[in-house]
Design a protein around this ligand. Structure first.
Ligand code: ZN
Length: 655
């Protein structure tokens, strides 16, 4: 999957997105709306820390207008949930059902958010290929974004890093893409790590690359991996050679790369460095990354962050108008553009430790804070949406240290990092406090999250469960497991159902799947009901707990023109459970359940009923059980726009 998205994304480089550069909506609105979107903020934790007096701005807002749980999407994954909010529809209307969809003709996982088409016409000159026509990245979310509707009514909006908007949909409004935006490899994360310790070399490490280096006479020669060069017929990587000089006495090293020359002390970050990855004579790709000198001696260890798309010279579309990203860069210097900004896999793989990861994630927070300030300073009309990522990323990585029952709990680490999540909520409270002070009385302030959070104790291998229940068959019945992605060992002529994606189950249906065997209509419907019932009956033999709290039939929970593209069953896990890491990509491991010992320890793949997000407002919320799509309707209502027909929500300020 990594290779697929990576290679393809850069094929789009021949063309720059042609967004209009005209100014955005000019209407001065009587009311303004400020929305702070804190990814993954959980109502229970928010309530607890509000009651303990730790979230004073939240508490004041709750007293003013109310604090509610906000019904999330089915499933409560960020791309799905934010798409509900963006479009005011459910997944049947916007077509995003999971992080991962599947190609029914290949039984293979594909990213749901964006697709890249390679150039349809190229010219070849020797070993060089020039794209002439085609080649573009496409946002796969359907329906209109709320800021597009506002634009039609000439109401200005600034939308900062809202997830599920990569590439940003065409608009004259100011938008910057967020979650879903790749690094320059087209991946969600690609850190690089250079070490002299052979024991640390691992071939296949998720989210990055580890490379052995040698110190020869105080000097290290290394190569920084660059993106695939699609201008060359053999598609090599556009790597950059660089050199490190290790100080013979002090824990210090000098790094020389392109026109940069800088000295780092041990445990020091370099700040952003801009690099140009050479493609052909007239073409290169600009990327930005940070260097971190983890150790000089006895082992030399250097970490290089994922190479982010350069906001000053974006190789892929990240903003509307493109000049918006350039303008922010001129004001603040380079900044994180990658959708999941911090490198969580680097922490998960012990490349960065907890403190180092937090240092990196703190850069994200500081950058965002400055940009929020900047936007508040010119917020004189319309809507401002601002996104906070740390609430989600840190709950994923630090849940294990706030919860003694977690298989990855570590008492020693918990002493230092057990309060990271609490501190992160307090930081969000600080952002809100700051924002409230800067807006006038006429501004409607909304704080929302897309879903809540819960522990991830045990991983469920859906495909293994399907195999044990006779719905999925391997070609070799005696084989204990099939660990390659994309079901290479599956016998499709005897398989009735399979799982792809974090919550998705598909029937192997005739004339839809390549080798489908189940007749559509009544036969498929009967099978869906049967499997859903059995899934809900299944208990964890170790704990006796129900694993799948709700197995939703897509037809029961989705409406809209794209319902047919949904998984046939969407799994809503019980508290503590989630799909395993392998099954969503089409692996069939030996055991149905496995303990999660990974640092990725909190999650939100459960039943929507148990993972609501939050909603707070400075104006009285009248809805008892508001949902994400109701917020979209609320925006229309506040600006006096007649609600577009396809929107399913109702303003939260109406009874
Ligand atoms: Zn998340």
């Amino acid at each position: 999957m990594k290779a697929g998205l990576g290679a393809a994304s850069l094929a789009a480089l021949g063309t720059r997105p042609g967004f209009a550069r005209k100014a955005f909506g000019k209407k001065a609105t009587a009311r303004k709306i400020l929305i702070l979107g804190c990814d993954g903020m959980d109502p229970e934790l928010t309530d607890r820390w509000m009651k303990e007096g730790k979230l004073s701005a939240f508490k004041r807002l709750a007293a003013q207008g109310g604090f509610r749980s906000l019904q999330t999407s089915i499933p409560p994954q960020s791309p799905v949930a934010w798409s509900n909010f963006i479009s005011g529809m459910n997944p049947g209307g916007h077509g995003i059902f999971d992080f991962i969809h599947r190609d029914p003709k290949a039984y293979f996982p594909v990213f749901s958010a964006a697709a890249t088409e390679e150039a349809t016409k190229t010219i070849r000159l020797g070993s060089t290929v020039f794209p002439i026509k085609g080649g573009a990245v496409r946002n796969l979310r359907r329906g209109k974004a709320f800021w597009q509707t506002l634009e039609e009514h000439d109401i200005p909006a600034t939308v900062f890093k809202i997830p599920a908007n990569y590439p940003p949909v065409a608009t004259k409004q100011r938008t910057l893409s967020g979650l879903g935006t790749p690094d320059i490899f087209g991946n969600y994360e690609t850190f690089q790590y250079f070490t002299t310790e052979p024991k640390e070399i691992r071939e296949d490490i998720g989210g990055g690359e580890v490379r052995q280096v040698y110190v020869i006479g105080n000097r290290i020669e290394a190569k920084l991996r660059g993106p695939v060069n699609t201008f060359k017929t053999d598609r090599p990587n556009a790597d950059i050679d660089f050199r490190i000089y290790v100080d013979p006495q002090h824990p210090v090293a000098k790094i020389v790369i392109q026109d940069h020359e800088f000295i780092l002390r041990e445990k020091e970050w370099s700040g952003w460095k801009r690099l140009r990855f050479p493609l052909i004579l007239t073409q290169s790709i600009s990327g930005i990354c940070m260097f971190y000198l983890k150790e000089v001696r006895p082992v030399f260890r250097l970490y290089v962050s994922s190479i982010n798309i350069d906001p000053a010279d974006a190789a892929l579309p990240i903003a509307t108008p493109p000049s918006y990203a350039e303008e922010l860069e001129r004001t603040f210097g380079p900044f994180f553009t990658k959708g999941l900004p911090a490198d969580t896999h680097a922490l998960d793989n012990d490349i960065l430790d907890e403190a180092e990861f937090l240092e990196q994630d703190n850069f994200v927070y500081e950058e965002s804070r400055a940009m929020l300030d900047h936007e508040l300073g010119r917020f004189d009309s319309g809507l401002l949406f601002f996104y906070v990522s740390s609430t989600d990323q840190r709950q994923h990585m630090f849940w294990r240290l706030l919860d003694e029952k977690h298989p990855a709990y570590d008492a020693k680490l918990a002493k230092s990092f057990g309060s990271v999540i609490e501190k992160t909520y307090i930081e969000a409270d600080g952002l809100l406090e700051h924002a409230i002070r800067r807006v006038d009385k006429e501004t409607l302030v909304l704080v929302m999250s897309d879903h809540g959070f819960n522990p991830f104790y045990r991983g469920f291998n859906l495909n293994t469960w399907l195999r044990q229940n006779g719905y999925l068959r391997l070609t070799n019945d005696f084989k204990r497991e099939d660990l390659e992605i994309g079901f290479p060992g599956t016998n499709w002529s005897r398989t009735k159902a399979y799982g792809i994606g974090l919550n998705g189950l598909y029937i192997n249906q005739k004339s839809r799947e390549a080798d489908g065997i189940v007749e559509g209509g009544a036969e498929a419907d009967g099978l869906i009901r049967e499997i859903a019932r059995k899934l809900e009956e299944f208990k964890d033999p170790q704990t006796g707990d129900q694993v799948v709290l709700k197995a939703y039939a897509a037809k029961d929970v989705y409406s809209g023109p794209y319902t047919d593209e949904a998984p046939d069953i969407v799994l809503g896990f019980n508290r503590g459970y989630r799909s395993s890491f392998g099954s969503p990509l089409g692996r069939v491991p030996k055991d149905v359940l496995e303990d999660n010992r990974s640092k990725w320890s909190g999650d939100h793949m459960g039943a929507a009923e148990i993972l609501p997000g939050i909603l707070l407002s400075n104006r009285t919320i009248r809805a008892d059980a508001p949902a994400l799509a109701d917020l979209t309707a609320t925006i229309m209502d506040v600006f006096g726009i007649e609600k577009p027909r396809e929107l399913i929500g109702t303003s939260v300020f109406k009874e």
